[in-house]
Design a protein around this ligand. Structure first.
Ligand SMILES: [Cu+2]
Length: 449
């Protein structure tokens, strides 16, 4: 540790225990930048010591609410899993103190940063492990702006399965470069927590049951609130054991940054889903020109589902009436068969297991059950949302005539006349060639509120 650091002592380590999104931290000195907001998280305050920006991370056991109704006993930093987001500027000299309050040694690897080998955080390779009760200081200069993360490189399988990770954003020195109006960050992480228990199983490799963004599962994940016409960036990193195709509705977007740096404009192409492999980070940008409530989620349908969904048997098409009586006779009580018509009924009833778990499908929108879980949130784009206001504006008020509606008494509508079948093309056999629209009466309450 350099003499200056010793003289100034170790900066205090702020603690945050709330799982609610904390306001972004605007820089008080140095180059200006639009600070990021961390979904269900916060940014780590720092102090200046000479020309060093000093941060203090404390690795420790934490309690994290995964969503209302479920808490997990995890390991994290400064009271939370993930740890607080570290934010700084290209060219900054950062000194990051790491105090270990875990029962075993740890380290921190600064994923994606260009730094001296001895600061890279691989226990045993870069520097000695940080023993229980010890504090180490990492010092390096931030060589480039971009999207980074931090996580242990010591007993990794255990420490990452327990939730140890955090985001690290470096802003460009030139505030006009890569400027956006809103910049959201989250880490993809997963846990295997048996319904009714609190501690993740650390030896699970693939069969996780809680698919999280920032150690939160739907409906506990913050909504991504934007003002109409904002330039928006969404950054995420994947520290699970599998890839996640992240899909956003209502827009197309371009990947502008990876953990390797900013993508060149001529290398970009439009997408609506971007796959994020294990250990990768992706940031995409779009102009928020379409108002609405737009789903954003992992496209693996098992990852938008909470505990227990993965053990459910398939009963679609099975006539369960007889089975119900037979099983009831066997178990001597009531037996409720599920799933003959699909699983949506579980979303409506919010089937819950023992205490401290989450329904596999849950959450309600303005039109009913959303039937999701896990890696799912909503991008809310609103006219009139104030600058830097991230408060939930409520559900979107759809303009009249823009909500899909029920056709009343469809069974009694006269069928549209079919065009005569084509004689001998061999195509479209049995298919109506042209469907004449039957103009339905407007359903009551249409317009949706
Ligand atoms: Cu996924």
């Amino acid at each position: 540790m350099s003499a200056g650091a010793v003289k100034a002592g170790i900066p205090e380590a702020p603690i945050q225990t709330s799982p609610l999104m904390q306001p972004p931290l605007f820089p008080k000195s140095g180059p200006s930048y639009q600070p990021v907001v961390t979904l269900n998280g916060w940014t780590l305050p720092w102090r200046m010591n000479g020309d060093w920006k000093e941060f203090h991370l404390v690795a420790e056991p934490v309690v994290r609410e995964i969503a209302p109704g479920m808490k997990a006993h995890l390991w994290g930093y400064n009271g939370q899993s993930p740890g607080p987001t570290i934010e700084a500027v290209e060219g900054d000299k950062v000194r990051i103190f790491v105090t270990n309050k875990l029962p075993e040694h740890t380290t921190i690897h600064w994923h994606g940063q260009l730094l001296p080998s001895g600061m890279d955080g691989v226990g045993g390779l870069s520097h000695p492990q940080i023993g229980s009760g010890k504090t180490f200081a990492y010092e390096f200069q931030l060589k480039k702006s971009g999207t980074f993360m931090y996580h242990p490189h010591a007993d990794e399988m255990v420490q990452m399965a327990m939730g140890m990770m955090g985001f690290f954003v470096v802003h460009p020195k030139d505030p006009k470069q890569h400027r956006v109006d809103r910049d959201f960050v989250f880490l993809l992480n997963s846990f295997d927590i048996e319904p009714g228990s609190y501690v993740p199983k650390i030896n699970t490799m693939l069969e996780f049951n809680m698919w999280c963004w920032n150690s939160r599962a739907f409906p506990g994940i913050d909504h991504i609130v934007c003002a109409k016409n904002d330039r928006v960036r969404i950054r995420f990193g994947n520290l699970t054991m599998t890839n996640h195709p992240i899909h956003m509705h209502g827009y197309d977007f371009e990947v502008t940054c990876t953990d390797g740096g900013w993508t060149r404009p001529e290398s970009r192409w439009p997408e609506v889903t971007v796959d994020c492999a294990v250990g990768q980070m992706r940031a995409f940008e779009f102009d928020a020109i379409y108002e609405g409530d737009w789903a954003i989620h992992c496209h693996k349908s098992h990852h938008t589902m909470n505990a227990m969904g993965h053990d459910v048997k398939t009963y679609i098409g099975v006539d369960q009436r007889d089975m119900k009586q037979r099983i009831a006779r066997l178990v001597g009580g009531d037996f409720m068969p599920m799933g003959a018509q699909g699983m949506a009924e579980m979303g409506e009833m919010e089937m819950v297991g023992p205490d401290n778990t989450l329904p596999m499908m849950t959450g309600f929108g303005q039109f009913g059950p959303i039937e999701m879980g896990g890696m799912f949130s909503v991008v809310k784009v609103r006219q009139g949302q104030a600058t830097n206001d991230y408060k939930d504006p409520g559900w979107y008020k759809n303009p009249p005539g823009t909500v899909a509606y029920e056709v009343p008494d469809a069974s009694r509508q006269p069928a549209a006349p079919r065009a005569p079948e084509p004689a001998s093309t061999g195509q479209n056999q049995g298919q109506p060639v042209e469907l004449k629209a039957v103009k339905p009466g407007r359903a009551k309450g249409h317009g949706g509120h």
